[in-house]
Write a protein that binds this ligand. Sequence first.
Ligand code: MLT
Length: 265
Amino acid sequence: MKEIINGLSVFLEGNSKNKSIIFVHGFPYDHTMWKAQIDELSKKYFCVTYDIRGLGESPVGEGQYTMESFVDDLEGIIIELKLDKPVLCGLSMGGYIAFRALEKMEDKFSAVILCDTRADADGNEGKLKRAAAIKRINTEGLAPFTKDFVTNCYGDYYKQNHKEEFEKRIAKSTAFNPVGVKGSLLAMLGRNDTTEYLSKIKIPAFVICGENDALTPPAVMKAMADKINGAEFMIIKNSGHMTPTENPEEVNNAIAKFFDRTKLF
Ligand code: MLT
C-alpha cells in the first residue's frame, strides 16, 4: 500500500500491528531496491520503505537537500505512522541517514542494520568527485553518470547473471529528475562525520557488506563495525555494494538470524 506523507511516497507492507522495520535506500536508487527483503520480512513484520525526497516517486521540491532534511523526512514518517521503535535499516546513503538519525534520536529505534555504508564524511577527494559528478550531469545529462555509477555499485556476479535486472536498474535511475539526483549529491557532500558516535550506539547493530563492494569495501566496514559495541559483522558472498538486491537470500537469512539472536521480536 502506498501513502503520501509530507509529500513523500511511502510504501507499507505487512500487518501494522507487528513490529516494524523502516528501510532507507541508497543513491541513486529508490524503495524498489528492498523488494526482496520486504516480500519476505513482511510475512512477520510491518515493513515501511519510502523514496528519499527527489528520487523515485518522491517529488523534487526545491531540490536543495541536506542530510538533516533527509533525517527530518525519516522522522516525519515515523511520527505520522506512529511506529513504535522500528528497526532502522539503511544502505549506503540510507546508512548515512541512519547514522545521523541515531546520533540525533537513537531512542526512537530498537536496532539498526547497516548495509554497505560508512560513518565518515566525504574527504577532499570525495567532495571534488561529487562536484565533478554534478558538473557532468549538467553538461552530459543524467544517463552517462548513472550508467557509470550503477555499474560501479554492482559486483561482476550480478552483472553477469542478472543482465536484464541490471539494465533495468540503470534505466530506472536514469529516468530520475536530475535536480533530485544532484540534490542528493550535495546532501552527501555536506554531511557530518558520525564516526565519533559509533562507540555510543547502544541498540543492537548488524553490519552487512558485499565481499566485492568497491565503494565501501569489507576492510573499511569491518573497521567501522569494530567501533560499535557488540555489533555483528557479516560479509555477503557474490555481491558488490548492493547486497540486498545482489544476494537477497543470504541477506534475508542473515537479517532473520539477527532478529532471532537479539530476541527483539
Ligand atoms: C549509495 O549507494 O548510496 C552511494 O554509493 C553513496 C555514496 O555515493 O556515497
